[in-house]
Design a protein around this ligand. Structure first.
Ligand SMILES: NC(=O)c1ccc[n+]([C@@H]2O[C@H](COP(=O)([O-])OP(=O)(O)OC[C@H]3O[C@@H](n4cnc5c(N)ncnc54)[C@H](O)[C@@H]3O)[C@@H](O)[C@H]2O)c1
Ligand SMILES: O=C(O)C(=O)C[C@@H](O)[C@H](O)[C@H](O)COP(=O)(O)O
Ligand SMILES: [Zn+2]
Length: 357
C-alpha cells in the first residue's frame, strides 16, 4: 500500500493499493471512532462495490446506511444535494458521524459538498472508483454542484478526512470512462512532468496504475498545500478546463468532463503555440497523446459559443480571465486575458491553415 499525506487546513492520508475496499472499515476506524456512516454512491457503483464497503464498515463497528442517486453528471445538481441533506437529517446523522463518498468524481463532488454544509460540516471519506477520481477529484477539497449557467458554480473548499483508493476497482471501468482519467493525467504531465506525460501518452501503464496514481496525487498535493483556496498556483490544475468547462456546459453535459478537458487541453496548446508562448510541436504532441488514448481533440462549437461559456469561469476577475498556457510539456504559465479577447483566443486555437480546425 502506498501512502501520500496532504497537509492543508486539515491533514489527511491518501492510501493507494489493490484490495483496500475490504480494509475500509479498519482504516477509517484508525482515524475515526465507530459512529454512523452514510455511504453516498451512484446507481452503478452501488451494484458493484457498496456491499463490500458496507460489510467492511459494519465489521469495524460502524452503523451503516446508504443513499443512492442515478449515475452521471446530470445528478450533480441542487436537487440531488437536497435529497442527500434530507436523507442525512432523516437518519438523524450528527456532527460526530461521517459520510463515505463511494464512486467517481460526481459522487465525490456531491457527497463532499453535502458533508461541507450538513450541520455546517461533518467529516467525510473519499473512496474513488474511477481513474479520474483516483488521481484528481478525491484530493484537494474542491466540492461542487453544477448550475444551469455552468460547471461547479456552487460549492465549497472542504477537505476529506481520508482518501482510500482501491486500484482494483478501476478494473471494472468502461474504456471511455477510464479515458476521462487519462485526460486529467495528461494534464498533470503537461503542467509539470514530461516523464509522466510520456508514460500516460503511451497508453501502456495499466501495470503501473498504483505508481501513476501516486505520482498524480503527489503533484496535486504539492500544489494544493501551497494554495488550498485557488488564489494563485492552484489555478495551474485548471489547464485545459477554461475552454473545457465551456464546451462541457454548451453540450448540456452530454460530453463528459474528461472528454471536454481533452478538447480544452488541445485548444489551449494550439493557442499558446500560435501566440509564440509554447515551444513549436507542443500542441501536436498533446494531440497525438489524446488521439492515441481515444480522446477527442476538436469541437463543433464555434469560438463565439466557447467564449460565451468561458465568461462564467471562476478564474474571471472583473474584465479578465486567467488562462493556463503550456510553454512546453512539463511547464505552464498563468496569464490574464481581457474578456473582450477571449473569443479571438478561441478563434486562434481553432484556426487551421486553409480554414478552421
Ligand atoms: N473536485 C475536483 O477536484 C474535481 C477534479 C476533477 C473532476 N471533478 C469532477 O468529477 C466529475 C467527473 O468524474 P468521473 O469522470 O469520475 O465521472 P462519474 O463520477 O460520472 O463516473 C463516470 C461513470 O463511471 C461509473 N463508475 C464509477 N466507478 C466505476 C467502476 N469502478 N466501474 C464501473 N463503472 C464505474 C459511474 O457510475 C458513472 O456512470 C465531474 O463532475 C468533474 O467536474 C472534480
Ligand atoms: O483541484 C483543482 O484545483 C482543479 O482544478 C482540478 C480540476 O481537474 C477539476 O475539474 C476542478 O473541479 C475544476 O475546478 P473549478 O474551480 O474550475 O471548478
Ligand atoms: Zn478536471
Amino acid at each position: 500500500m502506498r501512502k501520500v499525506t496532504v497537509n492543508t487546513s486539515t491533514s489527511y492520508n491518501i492510501l493507494i493499493g489493490g484490495g483496500l475496499l475490504k480494509q475500509a472499515g479498519e482504516e477509517i476506524r484508525k482515524r475515526i471512532q465507530p459512529c454512523k456512516a452514510a455511504i453516498i454512491t451512484d446507481s452503478t457503483v452501488k451494484e458493484l462495490y457498496e456491499t463490500e464497503v458496507r460489510g467492511s464498515l459494519e465489521t469495524a463497528g460502524f452503523a451503516v446506511c446508504t443513499y443512492v442517486f442515478p449515475a452521471g453528471e446530470a445528478s450533480k445538481r441542487i436537487g440531488t444535494l437536497e435529497g442527500i441533506l434530507e436523507y442525512l437529517a432523516g437518519e438523524e446523522m450528527t456532527r460526530q458521524d461521517i459520510i463515505v463518498a463511494l464512486g467517481g468524481g460526481v459522487v465525490g463532488d456531491m457527497a463532499g459538498f453535502a458533508a461541507a454544509v450538513y450541520q455546517r460540516g461533518i467529516r467525510f471519506v473519499q473512496i474513488p472508483t474511477t481513474f479520474l477520481a483516483a488521481i484528481d477529484s478525491s484530493v484537494g477539497g474542491k466540492t461542487a454542484i453544477d448550475l444551469a449557467a455552468g460547471k461547479n458554480l456552487a460549492g465549497a473548499f472542504y477537505q476529506p478526512h481520508l482518501v482510500l483508493c482501491d486500484t482494483d476497482t478501476l478494473q471494472s471501468l468502461p474504456e471511455e470512462v477510464f479515458a476521462d482519467g487519462i485526460a486529467e493525467a495528461l494534464k498533470y504531465g503537461v503542467i509539470g512532468s514530461r516523464p509522466l506525460f510520456e508514460k500516460v501518452a503511451s497508453g501502456d501503464f495499466r501495470q503501473e496504475l498504483d505508481e501513476v496514481v501516486e505520482t498524480c496525487v503527489s503533484m496535486k498535493r504539492d500544489v494544493v498545500e501551497e494554495d488550498e483556496f485557488d488564489t494563485g498556483k492552484r489555478q495551474l490544475l485548471n489547464l485545459g478546463h477554461t475552454f473545457g468547462h465551456a464546451i462541457e456546459q454548451k453540450s448540456h453535459f452530454s460530453l463528459t468532463h474528461g472528454h471536454a478537458v481533452a478538447i480544452g487541453l488541445h485548444l489551449i496548446a494550439r493557442a499558446a503555440e500560435a501566440k509564440g508562448m509554447a515551444q513549436p510541436g507542443t500542441a501536436e504532441e498533446i494531440r497525438q497523446a489524446l488521439v492515441k488514448n481515444h480522446l477527442p481533440v476538436e469541437t463543433a462549437f464555434s469560438a463565439a459559443e466557447i467564449a460565451e461559456g468561458t465568461l462564467r469561469d471562476k478564474k474571471r476577475r472583473g474584465g479578465a480571465i486567467s488562462f493556463v498556457f503550456p510553454r512546453e510539456i512539463g511547464s505552464c504559465q498563468i496569464r490574464k486575458i481581457p474578456v473582450e479577447e477571449v473569443q479571438a483566443l478561441a478563434e486562434t486555437a481553432m484556426k487551421k491553415e486553409g480554414g478552421p480546425l
